[in-house]
Design a protein around this ligand. Sequence first.
Ligand SMILES: *Cc1c(COP(=O)(O)O)cnc(C)c1O
Length: 391
Amino acid sequence: MPNSPKSQPFNALFCDVVQPQILDIHPYVPGKPVSELQRELGLTYISKLASNENPLGASPAVSEAINRELTQIARYPDGGAFMLKETLASALQVDSAQLAIGNGSNELLELVARVFAGQGDEIIYSQYGFAVYAISAQMVGAKGVEVPAVDWGHDLTAMLAAITENTKLIYLANPNNPTGTLFNRKQWEAFMHQVPDRVVVVLDEAYFEYAHAQHSGATYPDGLMYLEQYPNLVISRTFSKAYGLASLRIGYLIGCREIVQYINQVRAPFNVNHYAQVAAVAAINDQEFIEKSVLLNQQGMRQMTLGLEALAVSFIPSSGNFICLHLGDKALEVNAKLLAEGVIVRPLANYGLCEFLRVSIGTQVENQHFLDALKQVMQVILNEESSHHVK
Ligand SMILES: *Cc1c(COP(=O)(O)O)cnc(C)c1O
């Protein structure tokens, strides 16, 4: 692709008229697509462990549901997502008026910022917090307040202390991406107890299914249990991770009716396509697939951590379907060499984690591909170094 748009420079004609906050936004950095690496290196066997996708794909019920609906392609979707909300409401035991459906939970995270914050307002999130929080703050012209992490995770006490009269919103991810860290129920309850009623807390539970299966209620608080008590709490979850629907772009938010109504006032009328809606319904109705996915992740996490320990590579213990490896000043070199071996992982320099790589848990075969490639790559780097020293 010699003429990819990326390679074309342009004369900036509009930098004086563009909204100033837009100029400074560093766009979200996605994982490298398999097709791109295939084009670049002509590799046939590639393991993509870069975007925390479900290595099993989606439930077979999902493709059946989509196939059944293919004749509807010319129709606008149900803008109110009636069937999906009914299905979710009964699965979660909430009122369907407490649900907003988004084009990925990403859209909902942005819409909450649009609803509650603008120029002069502050939005709090953690250092190493999910990149979308900072982008959302910038997009609405609010000031992003990044609170230093402790042990790579949220410092809820420091986040409380960062609240000012201008604070409108706090984003939390539990577990966090990219670090996989968790805050426990006691920390969470103490935090919510002290957040002022007028400050909205967005609890991002993108990895809920994985963390919930792995931990007891004392270790992992389920945000849903706190909705009644705290009208200023909204929870976001997604179909992109354990449910395996990342490509369809669908996620949901659970909150009080009032906040959900504001979200619905600003979202695009047909933000979620019909196929995403029917797929999500089919996916919710196949919980066996979720159990299978969660089990595979637990086995894969064990395979990965044992493999990493054997290679003496340190990592941040994770409650998600991914893990952050500490590779020191070799992280970028390891990443480049892994790519050449057909393994796509995620460098984290844009998070200020230059010495780390994030690896998603894949199938047993993919995990082994990664571990074998890592072993080989580290050996090559060691050899290069020692031959350097000899000279
Ligand atoms: C993946 C992810 C999301 C967003 O996923 P969508 O595909 O937009 O639903 C949100 N938050 C975190 C922490 C994530 O890792």
